[in-house]
Design a protein around this ligand. Structure first.
Ligand code: DHE
Length: 716
């Protein structure tokens, strides 16, 4: 009875609206064209490409203006269209009168398949009536979502979140409450429809019960341990307490649940987590096993005592058998070492002749290269803690020594202060919590030092990783970032008689220190405390904390970048993993104290997921990657104009994989970018026009690139 009355009122309303229809209804092609543009932008997500039904299952081809207006008045999910003018609605109507196309969506959805899809792809970000977790899931609970929105709207949102936001179909105030916009996971329309049907059916059943973890055999446990070490430990810690990524100790992973872990590892997140499943880096079985492994307590990690480090040392060419001058006429200062990560190799290119000179086998999953003080030697550090010493003066670059001081490592640096050039080398370990000092020319182990296990708040740590290390140009010291502790340790190498290479002071800064480099004068070490969204500035002259300031979500500068901004003088900058933004900050406390260590420009990027930013004084551009973008920009780089401080352009450079890490040639006329893929390449661009000059192909997983001169002289 009640519904009949409603229908009568609606009919009267329709008649009323019809009487208000504009008298002129233009059917010309121009109007149809405009109508199509409007329809595509505002309506196609719910009603299908040509009004054939889409997720709404209502064929609206040939619909009258009156009914369009009625829908806007009565359907809450269409209310966002109320700002369209009558003439715009008329254009849409005219387009729908001509549109053709058939719906491919089945009328009946498969709820069971929808449940599988929900578990596999939605269940980290969204609970379904389950208790909240800490830190909270990034998206809302969805148990009652189908009572708040129509199936058409939910389908359209899952299928195309960005288009829905652009259309104004998602309430912006509500959207701002979430840390990031849901990514398009690439579901087919049928999958989307199934998920929506599952959500509607679940209301009656109540909270979803998460899948139980699989029981791992000893072999599977060991394989998952290795998968965790290779793919996860760097960000989450060997003991999983979190750093660049969040805490994933077993209490939290059990609360996230098997489905949630699987969905996160498969699809990643716009906040920086890699999409290991989607990218084909881990198989579905590996991910399922990893989800079980992560819900068990972490196994204890082994020590690496000095006796084992000494046993690993190999001196292949003693110093007195090495050349005293280059044994070739090449411009070795313009060599560039390219890391071939998964091959465990470094390829060395002659930047003058564009020849690949050698591929040398080094440590597993090689991480970075550092140059000796004048560049003659290259030090290579593998994630397996193996340090390799390469001599560039032999006819072709060759390995002269190697040693392993850690089970897991990311950084190495030689002594560079006058009088100590390359006398010593420090290797910082992710595990065990120690650093090792070697003879800089032979890699003979000299000293192993445990790092302190207290953080800046006085808490005792189970893991304290050595992150970036820089040799100060002002004193015989290295500054060493202690990640979990939040201290920048000062290691003195001036007292070789004692051979104990102690930490002489611990500068309290912020926890989760990661990567950093020098300012343009070499007087400040600027490092990201990335999980704290801060940059930390250490004064190398006074050896104390100069400043700390917020930039954005998970700053990740690499060694950073410095240039002279026309308005703000010398500046430095960082991009971010967690948001699409470059923060430029004043870095000249002498001439511009008013803005020193303050963010002066925030330059939006089209995507989060940036890992590196770099320039060269000879280039007009600051170049930034978005290598871990989960929103389709992982193959692109962006160029920021130094002259205007604005984003000039972003463009695709990588063909097969992710565009990652930027390096310039010695003179700064070329930019080198890696296409990070098993069938990868290094793409070389003109550093002014940004046109492609050449590419070095057939490179397995190229990542970091280090020009000898630029690395030795901190040009970035
Ligand atoms: Fe790196 C620098 C740690 C992932 C390529 N990386 C650094 C530094 C640290 C670090 C501490 C600074 C060293 C220094 O300057 O002394 N990196 C870590 C991690 O913990 C993390 C997040 C996860 C992991 O498992 O290792 C990680 N890094 C990566 C990658 O996935 C990259 C892109 C490719 C790879 O090696 O797997 C990568 N990191 C690099 C590169 C640098 C680097 C190329 C040096 C940048 C420079 O220009 O100096």
């Amino acid at each position: 009875m009640k519904s009949k009355a409603v229908k009568i009122i609606l009919s009267l309303f329709v008649i009323f609206l019809a009487s208000c229809e504009p008298s002129t209804q233009n059917n010309s092609l121009a109007y149809v064209g405009n109508g199509k543009v409007l329809y595509d932008a505002k309506c196609a997500m719910c009603h299908g490409d040509s009004g054939e039904g889409g997720y709404s299952h209502k064929n609206i081809k040939g619909i009258g203006l009156t009914f369009i207006r009625l829908g806007i008045q009565t359907e809450p999910d269409m209310a966002f269209l109320k700002d369209l003018t009558l003439s715009e609605l008329n254009d849409i109507k005219n387009y729908l009168a001509t549109a053709s196309g058939e719906s491919l969506l089945p009328l009946v959805a498969d709820i069971d398949k929808g449940e599988q899809q929900f578990r596999a792809s939605c269940s980290y970000c969204h609970s379904l009536g389950n208790p909240p977790i800490e830190p909270p899931r990034p998206g809302p609970d969805l148990l009652d979502v189908t009572t708040k929105h129509s199936a058409a709207w939910i389908g359209a949102w899952i299928d195309n979140p960005q288009k829905m936001i652009d259309a104004g179909a998602y309430d912006r105030e509500k959207l701002a409450k979430f840390p990031y916009v849901m990514q398009d996971l690439g579901h087919s329309a049928v999958d989307v429809q199934n998920i929506v049907a599952f959500l509607a059916a679940q209301i009656e059943k109540g909270p979803i019960i998460t899948s139980a973890p699989v029981i791992l055999t000893d072999e599977q446990f060991e394989a998952s341990k290795q998968d965790y070490f290779n793919n996860c430990a760097g960000c989450h810690g060997l003991y999983r307490t979190g750093a660049t990524g969040p805490n994933i100790t077993e209490l939290r992973t059990q609360a996230i649940g098997t489905d949630g872990i699987r969905s996160m590892v498969t699809y990643g997140s716009p906040a920086g987590m890699g999409n290991f499943g989607q990218a084909g880096e881990l198989s579905a079985t590996q991910i399922t096993n990893l989800a079980a492994y992560l819900q068990l307590p972490p196994p204890d990690a082994p020590p690496l005592p000095m006796v084992d480090i000494q046993a690993s040392w190999e001196l292949l060419v003693p110093v007195d058998e090495r050349p005293t001058a280059p044994q070739h006429t090449r411009n070795w200062e313009n060599y560039t070492g390219v890391i071939l990560r998964d091959a465990g190799q470094v390829a060395i290119f002659d930047g003058d002749t564009n020849e690949e000179l050698v591929k040398l086998s080094t440590g597993f999953a090689v991480h970075i290269l550092r140059s000796s003080w004048n560049g003659r030697y290259t030090y290579v550090i593998g994630r397996d803690g193996k340090v390799t010493l390469i001599d560039l003066w032999t006819p072709l670059p060759s390995i002269v020594a190697n040693v392993k001081g850690c089970h897991d490592a990311r950084s190495v640096e030689s002594s560079k202060f006058k009088g100590f050039e390359d006398k010593y080398l420090i290797e910082g370990c992710y595990w065990p919590p120690q650093y090792i000092i070697y003879d800089g020319l032979t890699l003979e182990p000299i000293q192993r030092v445990d790092v302190p296990m207290d953080d800046i708040e006085g808490e005792t740590l189970i893991e304290n990783r050595v992150a970036s290390i820089i040799a100060s140009p002002h004193d015989p010291i290295w500054v060493v970032s202690l990640k979990e502790a939040g201290f920048v340790a000062v290691v003195d190498y001036s007292d070789p008689a004692e051979l104990d290479f102690p930490i002489v002071s611990n500068i309290a800064t912020a926890k989760f220190l990661h990567d950093g480099g020098l300012d343009h004068t070499g007087s400040y070490y600027i490092v990201a405390a990335n999980a704290n969204n801060k940059m930390v500035v250490v004064d190398l002259v006074n050896q104390d904390l100069e400043a700390m300031f917020d930039t954005g979500l998970i700053p990740h500068p690499g060694r950073g970048v410095n240039w002279e901004d026309p308005e703000y003088g010398w500046v430095n900058a960082t991009s971010h993993i967690g948001e699409g933004k470059v923060s430029v900050y004043g870095a000249d406390p002498i001439n511009r104290p008013d803005i020193a260590w303050q963010v002066v420009r925030e330059i939006p990027l089209p995507s989060a997921g940036s890992l590196f930013i770099k320039s060269h004084y000879a280039s007009p551009w600051v170049i930034v990657d978005m290598a871990t973008s989960a929103t389709g920009y992982e193959k692109d780089i962006c160029a920021i104009s130094k002259a205007t401080g604005t984003l000039d352009r972003c463009f695709k450079v990588a063909s097969n994989g992710r565009a990652v890490h930027i390096e310039f040639n010695k003179g700064g006329s070329e930019v080198w970018v890696s296409d990070w893929h098993p069938d990868g390449a290094v793409i070389v661009l003109d550093s002014t026009t940004l046109q492609e000059l050449r590419r070095f192909v057939n490179l397995q997983t190229p990542t970091g690139k280090f020009n000898v001169f630029n690395t030795a002289h901190d040009i970035y």
